[in-house]
Design a protein around this ligand. Structure first.
Ligand code: NAD
Length: 295
């Protein structure tokens, strides 16, 4: 079976690697945090002493790191992994990073005969654990087909968005829209409650009216309105404010590069920066409600 190296075993990478192990792939893993490696080894992986050692002999390399700087420093430069990965191997770079960084890695890899796909995900830690992530992929269509047997063990919906970097563009456009409708939902709920409405009654009305949207239907930001969402457990778990802030920054960089107008994206970034600055960076992103309805 395809030998896979997996680098970055955090909130997302850990459970994604576990699903590849469950599917029977031989997996060599590396993370900067020894405990993350130990958890993967307990699930059947082989530990490597460095990222470079992990990719020796790998036919597929998967990485899941925090941000652009981590990905560029892992793959590029004198000691970068692209100098170590075998030509002909396939890299699945799953972190959410700047499209420009993804294209840089694609170009440097192509010069060495290594195929890369940018393959950011949607679905959060729950989707990572359940193997139901959505993969939004940029790169060569033939490489996308080659990646399918690996991706489908970690995800349910696989999309080929277009050429190198297109997966990242689609991902950050989606997250910009998510931030905007979450803020709008919080603002509308607060308007109703400030005028005496019950937030659950107002949510039920708007869900089936023209204001209906994913934040309202699946991720209600008002505490106690919906079971099983971060708002109903003190905004713990879920998708962090600081990760959303990072993605909004990426959206604005991409907007600047293409001279695209994103006025609501810019406002959303400002509001998330304000919220993070008030010490809320570690809470789930639906806690943006607290800007409108402080408690
Ligand atoms: P995380 O911080 O939990 O995990 C990142 C891991 O990478 C850490 O374990 C860290 O030690 C490791 N790492 C960093 N640099 C490394 C290096 N040079 N070599 C080896 N390991 C290294 O982050 P996460 O929540 O797993 O998110 C990863 C990516 O997925 C981010 O780009 C994030 O935006 C994206 N994402 C996250 C979610 C979510 O809900 N958490 C959802 C969708 C997408």
């Amino acid at each position: 079976m395809t030998r896979i190296a997996f680098i970055g075993l955090g909130h997302m990478g850990g459970p994604m690697a576990a699903n590849l192990l469950r599917a029977g792939f031989p997996l060599t893993v590396f993370d900067l945090v020894p405990a993350a490696i130990a958890a993967a080894v307990a699930a059947g992986a082989t530990a490597a002493a460095s990222a470079a050692e992990a990719v020796d002999g790998a036919e597929v390399v998967v990485s899941m790191l925090p941000a652009s700087a981590h990905v560029e420093s892992l793959y590029l430069g004198e000691d970068g992994l692209l100098g170590r990965i075998a030509p002909g191997a396939l890299v699945l770079e799953c972190s959410t990073i700047a499209p420009a960084s993804a294209r840089k890695v694609h170009a440097a890899a192509a010069a060495r005969g290594i195929a890369v796909l940018d393959a950011p995900v949607s679905g959060g830690t729950v989707g990572a654990a359940a193997g139901t992530l959505t993969f939004i992929v940029g790169g060569d269509a033939a490489d996308f087909e080659r990646a399918r047997p690996v991706l489908e063990k970690m995800g349910r919906n696989l999309f080929h968005a277009g050429a190198a970097g297109a997966g990242q563009v689609a991902k950050i456009a989606n997250n910009m829209l998510l931030a905007i409708h979450m803020i709008g939902t919080a603002e509308a709920l607060n308007l109703g409650v400030a005028n005496g409405l019950d937030p659950k009654v107002l949510s039920d009305i708007m869900k089936v009216s023209s204001g209906g949207n994913w934040s309202l239907e699946k991720y209600n930001p008002w505490p106690g309105v919906m079971d099983g969402v971060p708002a109903s457990r003190g905004y713990e778990g879920g998708f962090g404010v600081d990760l959303m802030l990072k993605d909004l920054g990426l959206a604005l960089e991409a907007a600047l590069a293409a001279k695209a107008a994103t006025p609501l994206g810019a406002e959303a970034r400002s509001l998330y920066a304000l919220h993070s600055g008030q010490g809320k960076g570690g809470l789930d992103f639906s806690s943006i409600l607290q800007l409108f309805a402080p408690r």
